[in-house]
Design a protein around this ligand. Structure first.
Ligand code: ATP
Ligand code: MG
Length: 348
């Protein structure tokens, strides 16, 4: 089983590449699902068929789904949310504000990740492809398992068993509600799901994150930052796709400068992401919607390769913690230590 997650800056072609990869995988005989985790879904428009919150069969071996975050939120968070609202109301918060507070930014995105893992554990498909929201949200989504654990430890620091014993007495004394058993059950369930999800998504034999970029400076910059974060949270990146590159046959004078700039940026991509393999996808003569165009797009992109292939295993950048200090390990085969300098600018 394979999980392939596509991310990148807004508009670079994530949905197109995700849908196209899905169509090709199904064509190659894999039972495939393309999941849209971007709340602003556009999978229906790309595939040319109405996709809903449940898996919709598109072809013999292809399914697609636009994850309904509200529903996922209800399944995974309703009891916890209820408790947080109750707790904050006791502290004098307006109920409406308390309800807003009880949903942290990034929570919806986290539940999309859990959904990916749910399909993985059920072994429902051979290949799961996730079309993610633009990079910033995806990063938040991928880092969320760590953040949510932190939050939960602050909110639910007491052992469930202990709370059960002391609750009847304690509540009379402490004057604020303590979580009931079903709240704890949901917390535990969520913890478990997060742990399994993280394990699955950081296993390079199962999961790969693929960055979609355009040959433009700002797009590349954002993807480089994303790449660092992905490494930081141990998500394996196995491929970079440079999309919408002008093909050779465009010789119009108007595009001459553009082609020059693109060539320069493609070199930057190669340097920045080396040794992660790079694939070039050309700008087609029309927008790419519908199954036929998607298949053609994927065949041009992957040639005769199997898109489920693991393109890269090793982590070229690793961050390790030793005795409370952080060590950044970079794989730079052609350099000696003396030749390397490091700068820190804000968070970069
Ligand atoms: N190589 C290409 N050649 C021509 N058109 C393309 C190519 N790649 C993508 N497109 C078109 O560009 C538009 C944006 O693509 P897409 O929706 O896949 O981007 P996205 O990264 O998913 O955007 P968003 O960030 O809004 O989700 C679509 O109309 C799509 O058909
Ligand atoms: Mg999209």
């Amino acid at each position: 089983m394979r999980i392939i997650i596509y991310t990148g800056k807004g508009g670079v072609g994530k949905t197109t590449v995700s849908a196209a990869t899905g169509v090709l995988c199904a064509e190659l005989g894999y039972k495939t699902i393309v999941l849209s985790t971007d709340p602003a879904h556009s999978l229906s428009d790309s595939i040319g068929k109405k996709i809903g919150k449940n898996p919709v069969k598109v072809t013999d071996r292809l399914w697609a789904q636009e994850i309904d975050v509200t529903e996922e939120l209800r399944i995974n968070w309703d009891k916890i949310q209820g408790f947080i609202v109750k707790f904050l109301s006791y502290q004098g918060f307006d109920k409406f504000i308390a309800e807003e507070f009880a949903i942290f930014p990034g929570l919806e995105e986290l539940f999309s990740l859990l959904k990916i893992n749910e399909y993985y554990e059920k072994e429902s498909y051979d290949v799961i492809i996730a079309d993610c929201a633009p990079t910033a949200n995806t990063i938040r989504m991928l880092s969320f398992p760590d953040i949510v654990s932190w939050y939960m430890e602050k909110f639910f620091p007491l052992e469930r068993k202990l709370v059960k014993t002391i609750k009847p007495v304690a509540e009379k004394v402490v004057k604020f509600p303590l979580p009931s058993d079903d709240v704890y059950a949901q917390v535990e369930e969520l913890y478990k799901k997060i742990e399994y999800t993280k394990k699955t998504l950081t296993n390079p034999k199962i999961s790969s994150v693929r960055l979609v970029v355009n040959a433009e400076k700002m797009v590349i910059k954002e993807s480089q930052r994303a790449y660092t974060y992905l490494n930081l949270f141990e998500f394996p990146v196995d491929l970079v796709i440079v999309n919408k590159v002008f093909p050779d046959e465009i010789s119009d004078r108007y595009f001459k400068k553009w082609k020059f700039t693109q060539a320069k940026h493609i070199d930057t991509v190669r340097e920045a992401f080396d040794p992660i393999p790079i694939k070039i996808s050309f700008l087609h003569d029309d927008e790419i919607t519908g199954l036929n165009k998607l298949l053609k797009f994927a065949q041009n992109l992957f040639k005769d390769e199997d898109p489920t292939k693991i393109y890269y295993y090793e982590k070229p950048m690793q961050i390790e913690e030793r005795n409370g200090r952080y060590f950044l390990k970079l794989k730079m085969p052609i350099f000696t230590k003396k030749e390397v300098n490091i700068w820190i600018k804000n968070d970069e």
